[in-house]
Design a protein around this ligand. Structure first.
Ligand SMILES: *Cc1c(COP(=O)(O)O)cnc(C)c1O
Length: 349
């Protein structure tokens, strides 16, 4: 009795092709929970799209992805000497962002006869991983025994333009004097990418894209939860783990989806300023009883959690007068796809 992701297959696939066609050199990002779809499914879709490279987040994702996708698999998190799941294989591209790691990787490769493929990451204003400008120049002299496939820059998801920053970073990349003229970029807008390609015509820019690709057409995606049980209550009736009492007559609705699915992990209330809250308490609304808004919509309204979500189900409070669904009916639920585990995914042909 599941939490289900329904995908309008034709619409989704048309969107995927459109994003691919609009982004030459696209590297689909396939990581984590696979944006709600699972990494294996996305890997197979990437193969269907005909791209030559995908990016995974971590080394343990390489094997499941490589089972469905036979091209190059770039690992976004940086290689470290202490990493235990490293896959040294000719289809894997490692990300390196520290001089000591570059030396260690080259040393490790020296004995093996293989030439590990790497991208050199330049630190951005994100300050997550990567070389400083000076270290990138030094790195250029330490790559013997490694196949450098490009430079990587991971930008913040900012409101303003990245162009000033990217131009500065590109100056560093040019100054490093690497043999490669390929740059893998993350989170540039199409306009920014266009400007960059014009400014650096002898460089190849390859965008690494996840959300915009897999989740870019929300109208192709619907999430529904199954009604598991329905309990009419009177004011004062006791329910739930915490033996709360119903603040009014209504219905306790038990629906699929709980913390194990990633339901209810977001900040639950909007506009909960003290003044708002005071106003709601004055009106005697249900949230005045401490109820928190849920992501479930029933009978056209977003409903309140009757208590915090359980591990695999949630209890909602439906006030008197609302149309009560039957056991087995489905209700809409809003989720954060990158944090949700669905019980099943149904993609139409
Ligand atoms: C996750 C990730 C991406 C993809 O991010 P989206 O916002 O999903 O497109 C790109 N680059 C790096 C380095 C990432 O970690």
């Amino acid at each position: 009795m599941p939490l289900t992701l329904y995908v309008d297959g034709p619409r989704w696939r048309t969107h995927l092709q459109a994003v691919r066609d609009a982004h030459p050199g696209i590297v689909p990002v396939v990581k984590g929970n696979g944006y709600g779809f699972g990494v294996e499914r996305l890997a197979a879709r990437a193969a269907w799209l005909g791209v030559d490279t995908v990016a995974v987040g971590m080394y343990h994702e390489v094997t499941p992805v490589a089972a469905a996708f036979h091209g190059t698999v770039m690992v976004l998190s940086p290689w470290r000497p202490f990493e235990t799941h490293v896959v040294f294989d000719s289809h894997v591209v490692h990300t390196v962002g520290r001089l000591e790691d570059l030396r260690a990787l080259a040393e490790r490769a020296a004995g093996s006869g293989a030439k590990p493929r790497v991208v050199l990451e330049r630190l951005t204003s994100m300050r997550r991983h990567g070389f400083s400008a000076r270290d990138l120049r030094e790195a250029a002299g330490l790559v013997e025994g490694l196949a450098v496939e490009g430079v990587a820059v991971h930008l913040p998801i900012s409101q303003g333009s990245h162009l000033t920053e990217v131009n500065r970073l590109m100056t560093d990349v040019v100054a490093a004097g690497l043999a490669t003229h390929r740059v893998f970029v993350s989170h540039l807008t199409d306009t920014e990418l266009g400007v960059l390609r014009q400014s650096y015509p002898d460089y190849e820019f390859r965008p690494r894209i996840g959300t915009q690709l897999w989740l870019g057409d929300r109208s192709a995606l619907e999430v529904r939860s199954t009604v598991l049980d329905v309990h009419p209550v009177e004011r004062g009736d006791v329910y739930g783990y915490r033996s709360r009492t119903a603040p009014a007559a209504g219905t306790i609705l038990v629906v699929s989806g709980g913390t194990a699915h990633g339901i209810g992990l977001e900040a639950p209330t909007g506009g909960a300023t003290l003044k708002d809250r005071a106003a709601r308490i004055a009106k005697g609304g249900l949230d005045a009883a401490g109820f928190v808004r849920s992501p479930y919509t029933v009978d056209g309204k977003q409903r309140l959690f009757a208590e915090p979500p359980h591990m695999q189900a949630s209890m909602l409070f439906l006030s008197h007068g609302a149309k009560v669904p039957a056991v087995g009916d489905e209700v809409d639920v809003r989720v954060r796809f990158t944090a949700t585990t669905f019980d099943q995914t149904i993609i139409s042909d």
